[in-house]
Write a protein that binds this ligand. Structure first.
Ligand SMILES: NC(=O)c1ccc[n+]([C@@H]2O[C@H](COP(=O)([O-])OP(=O)(O)OC[C@H]3O[C@@H](n4cnc5c(N)ncnc54)[C@H](O)[C@@H]3O)[C@@H](O)[C@H]2O)c1
Length: 376
C-alpha cells in the first residue's frame, strides 16, 4: 500500500465495489514538488481554491499564481479562519460565488486548509451541481493525519457539529508537511493526538516511535513530521478502505471521541478537537482498565505520553461530570440509549469481540473513570 520514492510517500486509497473509488495521496515536504502532482492531463474548466484568510496570505496566493502561470483558469475564495466558518451561511455564500463565477461541472475545487476548510469545501464540492471533484490540500497536522482522508465532509448547525454532511471522496490528496512550520504549536499537539490515537488502536511500533521522537516532532522537524503523517495515514487508509461507511472497523477511529466530543460540547467548543480527544483518551483508557481489559502499566504509559503533551487529568475537574455524561448520549454510537465505547486492549490494539468494535459501557463506569482521571 505504501511505497517510498525519494523523499515523498505515495499511498493509494481503494474503496470497495459499493462506492468504487480510487485516489492517490502524496506526502512530501516541498510545495512546488507537491503541486507538480496536480492532475495535469485532465482539463478543468476552472480551478477554485477554497481557503481561510490566514492560509490565503501564507500559501493561497502562491497557489493561485502557480495555477494561473500553468495556464489554468483559477480563482480563490477565502473564509474567516476557525470553526465558525463551517456554517450554512458561509456554505451558501460560497455556492453563490461559484454560480457567479460561472463554475460548471468541469470545475475542480482545491481545499487548501485545515479540517474546517476541508470539511466545508468537501461538502461544497459534494453538493454543488450534485457533485464536482475536489482535491484535499491539508495544511494542519490534524487535517493531514485525519480529516483529509476518508471523504467525510460537512458543516455545523446551531443544534450540533457536522449535523449536515455527506461522504464525498476527493480526487486526490496533496500533503506538504513543510507547511506545518507556520502552524501554531497548540495545533501541532492537536493533530499529533489524532495520530497517537491511531497508533494506540492499531500500531504499537509507531507509538514507540512517537514516544522516542516526541521532542523533535514538537519542535517541528519536517522529516519526523512526515514520518508521523505517513505512519498514521497507512493505518487510516487501511481502515477506510475496508469500511468506508463505518459499519464496523472504522468505528475504532472513534477511540477517545465519545468523551472527547462530549468535552467539546460542554466546553462550548473552546477546547480544540484533538485536545478534547486527548482527554477523551485518558478517560476511555481508564474505562478499559476498570473493565479489566487494559493493564495498569499500559494505562500509565498513556497518561505519561499525554502528560508530555501538557494534558493532565485534573484539567477535567472544571466540567460537571453529569453534564459530560449527558453529552455522551448524543453520540452517534448510542444504541437503545446505551453509549458504546472503543475499548483499548493493549498499546496498539483495540478490543474486537464477536466482530464487535464498540462495546456498551454503563454510566457508573464512565463516572468512575472520569473521577479517577481528575484525581490522577
Ligand atoms: N472530515 C473528517 O474526517 C474530520 C476528522 C476530524 C476533524 N474534522 C474537522 O476538522 C476541523 C478541525 O480541523 P483543524 O484542527 O485543522 O482546524 P482549522 O481548520 O480551524 O485549523 C486550525 C487553525 O490553524 C490555522 N492553520 C491551519 N494550517 C496552518 C498552517 N500551515 N500555518 C498556519 N496556520 C494554519 C487555521 O487558519 C486555523 O486558524 C473540525 O471542524 C472537525 O470537525 C473532520
Amino acid at each position: 500500500m505504501k511505497q517510498e520514492i525519494n523523499t515523498m510517500n505515495y499511498f493509494h486509497v481503494t474503496l470497495p465495489a459499493e462506492s468504487p473509488c480510487d485516489y492517490p495521496i502524496v506526502v512530501g515536504a516541498d510545495f512546488h514538488e507537491i503541486l507538480s502532482h496536480l492532475p495535469e492531463g485532465r482539463v478543468f474548466t476552472k480551478c477554485v481554491i477554497i481557503t481561510d484568510d490566514t492560509l490565503k496570505t501564507l500559501y493561497g496566493n502562491t497557489l493561485l499564481t502557480h495555477l494561473q502561470h500553468a495556464g489554468q483558469d483559477a480563482i480563490l475564495f477565502s473564509v474567516p479562519a476557525g470553526e465558525h466558518s463551517k456554517n450554512v451561511a458561509t456554505y451558501q455564500h460560497l455556492i453563490q460565488g461559484l454560480v457567479e463565477a460561472g463554475c460548471e461541472r468541469g470545475c475542480v475545487i482545491l481545499a487548501l486548509g485545515g479540517g474546517v476548510v476541508g470539511d466545508l469545501a468537501g461538502f461544497l464540492a459534494g453538493t454543488y451541481l450534485r457533485g464536482v471533484p475536489y482535491v484535499q490540500m491539508p495544511t494542519s497536522l490534524l487535517a493531514m493525519v485525519d480529516s483529509s482522508v476518508g471523504g467525510k465532509t460537512g458543516i455545523n448547525i446551531p443544534q450540533g457539529k457536522n449535523l449536515i454532511g455527506m461522504v464525498h471522496q476527493p480526487l486526490l490528496v496533496l500533503t506538504d508537511v513543510a507547511l506545518l512550520k507556520t502552524l501554531p504549536p497548540e495545533h501541532l499537539i492537536n493533530g499529533l493526538i489524532e495520530a497517537i490515537k491511531v497508533f494506540l488502536i492499531a500500531d504499537y511500533d509507531s507509538l514507540l516511535f512517537v514516544e522516542a521522537e516526541l521532542e523533535g516532532i514538537l519542535s517541528g522537524d519536517t522529516r519526523l513530521l512526515q514520518d508521523v503523517v505517513a505512519r498514521a495515514l497507512a493505518i487510516k487508509i487501511g481502515v477506510v478502505s475496508r469500511d468506508e461507511k463505518e459499519r464496523g472497523e472504522r468505528a475504532l477511529l472513534n477511540f477517545g471521541h465519545t468523551v472527547g466530543h462530549a468535552l467539546e460540547k460542554v466546553s462550548d467548543y473552546t477546547v480544540l478537537h484533538g485536545i478534547a480527544v486527548g482527554y477523551g483518551i485518558l478517560v476511555e483508557a481508564r474505562i478499559a482498565q476498570i473493565l479489566g481489559v487494559l493493564t495498569v502499566e499500559h494505562l500509565q504509559a498513556i497518561d505519561a505520553i499525554m502528560a508530555r503533551l501538557g494534558l493532565h487529568g485534573h484539567f477535567l475537574q472544571q466540567y460537571d461530570i453529569s453534564e459530560v455524561i449527558a453529552a455522551t448520549k448524543n453520540d452517534k454510537k448510542v444504541r437503545s440509549g446505551c453509549v458504546q465505547y472503543v475499548i483499548l486492549q493493549s498499546l496498539g490494539k483495540a478490543l474486537i469481540e464477536n466482530n464487535r468494535y464498540v462495546h456498551p459501557v454503563s454510566d457508573t463506569v464512565v463516572q468512575q473513570a472520569y473521577s479517577e482521571c481528575v484525581g490522577a
